[in-house]
Design a protein around this ligand. Structure first.
Ligand code: E4P
Length: 345
């Protein structure tokens, strides 16, 4: 049987989200992403002691005005040292993150990005193998704009909304990393609701961004990141790239349940009824009538000024009436809706 990981690779480019060089070889990812907490986790393992000792010892031959500068230097060099090793394992890109303390300083971010690229180049790694990971703050996005204009490709990270994603794409970001798990974490701790794979707000955020980008032909790659469980990944099959931790890569490789394509440019275009000229619910309803060859006549009676509530849509009630299931595709949903209507006739 084909593993879920292998099936997933038919729909999306699979990326390893780790600093643990040894743990990913067997999964053959296309690219690799790192961040400071992943590198911190990796440096604590005895496996990488030699690498860490080397970087610390090299730093001793330099002069620093204060210890903090030396620590920052070591942290940068360690990130790059891990990045260099990762370029030997993956054929594609390695993402290296700029210190998040610089997230609100455009100039400092640009300077740090150039230093990182310089260090890689001095070690023989060309800049076309590296993506500079920059937080999607306003200042970060301005830095991305400058760097992309100078031929340095960026991975705009910590993307939590469509607005942020569009700003990155307009700035010419090579790639964005919309987060899934961090959104779910927030909703879990700030609402009283239960979340599962049918209503995961992190997954919904990525779907929205992906569909928007494909609809409006943005070239920026969408790489979903920050996963908390395997279902989140499976529900985004078809996203341009998915960056996945070694633990979840392992889970996917051990399971052979079927995976279906969830996101695609084609699906998005054929089912899109509210873009283009259709702007109101009435427009959308007319589009549905047209594409389903229905003989219905759409009328808009507007709000009744005496009974204002009568004109108000009650989405929950409408869903109940048509037996709405969030996991159902639009195609199947329409089919079951027609079935339901037939029973009423
Ligand atoms: C990847 O690029 C991100 O840094 C990573 O997926 C974040 O994951 P987290 O939310 O588990 O920290």
């Amino acid at each position: 049987m084909v593993s879920q990981l292998d099936s997933l690779k038919k729909f999306s480019s699979v990326v390893a989200d780790t600093g643990d060089i040894d743990s990913i070889q067997k999964f053959n990812p296309d690219d690799c992403t790192t961040n400071p907490s992943l590198i911190f986790k990796a440096v604590q393992s005895d496996k990488y002691k030699k690498l860490v000792d080397e970087v610390i010892s090299n730093s001793k031959s330099r002069k620093f005005s204060q210890t903090e500068d030396q620590v920052n230097y070591i942290a940068d060099q360690l990130t790059i040292a891990f990045g260099i090793e990762l370029t030997k394992i993956v054929p594609g890109y390695v993402s290296t993150e700029v210190d998040s303390d610089l997230s609100f300083n455009t100039e400092a971010t640009v300077e740090k990005a150039k230093q990182i690229i310089n260090s890689y180049e001095q070690s023989g790694i060309p800049k076309n193998r590296i993506l500079i990971k920059i937080a999607g703050t306003w200042e970060g996005i301005q830095a991305v704009k400058k760097l992309e204009a100078e031929g340095i490709s960026c991975n705009c990270t910590l993307i939590f909304s469509l607005t942020q994603a569009i700003a990155c794409a307009e700035a010419g970001a090579f790639l964005i990393s919309p987060f899934v798990g961090r959104i779910l974490d927030w909703f879990k701790s700030n609402t009283q609701k239960d979340y599962d794979s049918s209503n995961d707000p992190g997954v919904e955020s990525v779907e929205k961004i992906f569909n928007y980008f494909k609809k409006f032909n943005y070239n920026t790659i969408v790489m979903a990141a920050s996963f908390r469980n395997k279902d989140e990944i499976i529900n985004l099959a078809g996203c341009d790239k998915l960056t996945i931790s070694p633990t979840l890569l392992e889970e996917l490789s051990q399971n052979d349940d079927e995976i279906k394509l969830k996101l695609s440019k084609e699906n998005n275009q054929s089912f899109n009824i509210t873009y283009g000229n259709a702007r109101t619910l009435l427009d959308a309803a007319q589009t549905i009538v047209k594409i389903t060859n229905s003989k219905s006549k759409i009328v808009d009676t507007g709000r009744n000024s005496l009974y204002p509530d009568r004109g108000t849509l009650n989405i929950d009630k409408a869903r109940q009436l048509v037996n709405y299931k969030p996991t159902m595709s639009l195609e199947n949903g329409l089919e079951s809706y027609y079935g339901w209507l037939q029973n009423k006739i």
